[in-house]
Design a binder for this molecule. Structure first.
Ligand code: DOR
Ligand code: ZN
Length: 424
């Protein structure tokens, strides 16, 4: 099977160049100025051809919470968002703390056959923070990392053992950093706006304490660690300093942390409720600086779809989370590249190559011989975000009405077109 992409601007870590690109079976076989082949052809004139986006932090909800999302709807949303590969968090029901659940997820993802789905296994049994799950067996079944995402592992000894044990299987811990006791029921960032809104605040320190602990464990053990969804200026600073000392720490953030501030919570729109919470402009600026100087390695969505009934309630009762996988490219392009903060190449690295490197995944780069996971976008196309048009079951976005640039036209996985906005 061959597929020819003609006249697109190809974005690689080395630059941008107008070229044709030929795919044979599941690999990129040639990149050259003018390729003529009698085969299925995609006209990419005026469009950019990027390495397929890799979102290493999503919640697909299946098994157990199919009212919020399932593997099929989540994968449809992913390819619509240009995402060729996701890592799905284990806070399902049952949680993914054993090989049976891991195998089930892989099996369903194969049936759905849209994007690649890499399960993340629980660090602890039942995600309860008390004893280690069957990490080795889950690795054999296909997990690519471990995490208790949604919760921190409070017990530092368990966390240390998890890092050591997982490292033996070449797996990283993806750390959701939250000192629950210090959060103490907080639902938004603690500050002026929480006081104004009369909503209980959660201090930065609740996140920073756990970031500092996990860095300390990583440093003392000399084992790599990855920090999830960084939201605080002080967390960025902890990671920056650790990297300077040579600690093997990597980190991610999400579009809501570099676009929004807690000014929006006074609307009481529950779509703004997310954990960790969006914080102040000082944090937002520091996250941008951290992305720019490499302190923050990747942009993920923490795609957290919820049903209407989980969100259409009082702010205090609403579920935490933002449905983000369909808007991440356009938001990141609009707020980071259009504004001149970073180049498209740099953005592409944050959304493809760096996550691939961190988790040793296939893909992440366009070059001859590489796997044919590709996203084609129209950077000039402007549109208005409307959560009601999401294919995800989760319509919960705080970005309704935002005007963005960068529409996904094609998502190609293993050389096959999995999404085409104008039909295949
Ligand atoms: O806002 C969030 N929602 N943060 C998390 O860590 C978990 C996620 C979810 O599962 O809904
Ligand atoms: Zn989390």
């Amino acid at each position: 099977m061959k597929l020819l992409i003609k006249n697109g601007v190809i974005v690689t870590p080395n630059g941008e160049k107008k070229s044709d690109l030929l795919i044979e079976n599941d690999k990129i076989s040639r990149i050259a100025p003018a390729i003529d082949e009698k085969c299925k052809t995609v006209d990419a004139s005026g469009k950019h051809v990027l390495a397929g986006l890799i979102d290493m932090h999503v919640h697909l909800r299946e098994p157990g919470f199919e009212g919020k999302e399932d593997i099929e709807s989540g994968c449809k949303a992913a390819v619509k968002g240009g995402v060729t590969q996701v890592c799905c968090m284990p806070n399902t029901n049952p949680v993914n703390d054993n090989a049976v659940v891991t195998t089930y997820i892989k099996h369903r993802a194969n049936e759905v056959n849209l994007c690649k789905v890499n399960p993340v296994g629980c660090i602890t049994k039942g995600q309860e923070g008390e004893s280690l799950s069957d990490i080795g067996k889950m690795k054999s079944a296909g997990i690519v990392a471990i995490s208790d995402d949604g919760k921190s592992v409070d017990n530092s000894l368990i966390m240390r053992l998890a890092m050591e044990y997982a490292n033996g299987f070449n797996l990283k811990c993806l750390c959701h950093c939250e000192d629950k006791k210090l959060v103490d029921g907080g639902v938004v960032n603690e500050g002026y706006n929480s006081t104004l809104a009369g909503l209980k605040g959660s201090p930065r320190a609740a996140e920073d304490i756990m970031i500092a602990r996990d860095i300390a464990l990583s440093e003392s053990l000399d084992i790599p660690v990855h920090i999830c969804h960084v939201s605080t200026y002080s967390g960025v600073e902890l990671i920056r300093n650790a990297k300077k000392r040579g600690v093997k720490v990597t980190a991610e953030t999400c579009p809501h942390y570099f676009i929004l501030t807690d000014d929006i919570i006074t609307s009481y729109d529950t779509n703004t409720k997310v954990n960790p919470p969006v914080r102040e402009d000082r944090d937002r600026q520091a996250i941008i600086a951290g992305l720019k100087d490499g302190t923050l390695d990747c942009i993920v969505t923490d795609h957290a779809p919820h049903s209407q009934k989980d969100k259409q309630v009082e702010y205090n009762l609403a579920a935490f989370g933002i449905s983000g996988i369909e808007t991440s490219f356009a938001l990141s392009y609009t707020y980071l590249v259009k504004t001149g903060i970073m180049s498209l190449q740099e953005l592409s690295k944050k959304m493809s190559k760096n996550p691939a490197n961190i988790l040793s995944l296939d893909g992440g780069e366009i070059k001859e011989g590489a796997v044919a996971d590709i996203t084609i976008v129209d950077l000039n196309k402007k549109y208005t975000i409307d959560g009601n048009k999401f294919v995800s079951k989760g319509k919960n976005t705080p970005f309704n009405g935002y005007e963005v640039f960068g529409e996904v036209n094609y998502t190609i996985v293993d050389g096959e077109i999995k999404y085409a906005d104008g039909g295949k």
